[in-house]
Unconditional design. Structure first.
Length: 150
């Protein structure tokens, strides 16, 4: 399992950031790595909510179903990828946490993933995949900050 963690302080209160994170169908409107995001469950909040996403990658648009695995209202959200067509990807989960600090918010974006194919997957991870995930994690935070400031 590889763990990529990136963090940023966004000069906006957490109560302005949470609505952006919790509307899972609007990510394509603000997150540069998303091509599409739409609910696939009648439920739109809380653990068990699902959505289908199109994610931009060096290999073109890749698709996955995300299942919400954590929902701490106003503080944290996590989703696990299911039915992904990313080559090599076995599992992935992204967790975003908010720590209010007055008029600012410390936001941590953590992506945990594992690749298939044993030693070959580890080589692909070292050569390319981890770098791509780091860039995507940083891009997510930059996009979130830009959206929160508007």
């Amino acid at each position: 399992m590889t763990l990529v963690t990136r963090a940023a302080v966004i000069p906006v209160p957490a109560q302005r950031i949470w609505p952006i994170l919790s509307h899972l169908d609007s990510y394509a409107d603000w997150e540069s790595g998303y091509d599409s995001s739409e609910y696939t469950s009648d439920q739109h909040e809380g653990i068990g909510t699902t959505r289908r996403v199109g994610l931009k990658s060096p290999m073109g648009i890749r698709h996955a179903t995300h299942v919400v695995t954590r929902w701490d209202e106003g503080r944290a959200i996590a989703w696990a990828a299911r039915d992904s067509n990313f080559p090599f990807l076995a599992t992935a989960e992204q967790t975003v946490t908010l720590e209010p600090n007055g008029e600012s918010t410390h936001v941590e974006n953590q992506v945990a993933y594992a690749l298939r194919y044993g030693a070959l997957g580890r080589v692909v991870d070292r050569i390319m995949f981890e770098r791509v995930v780091r860039g995507a994690a940083e891009g997510f935070l930059a996009s979130l900050a830009a959206r929160a400031k508007t």
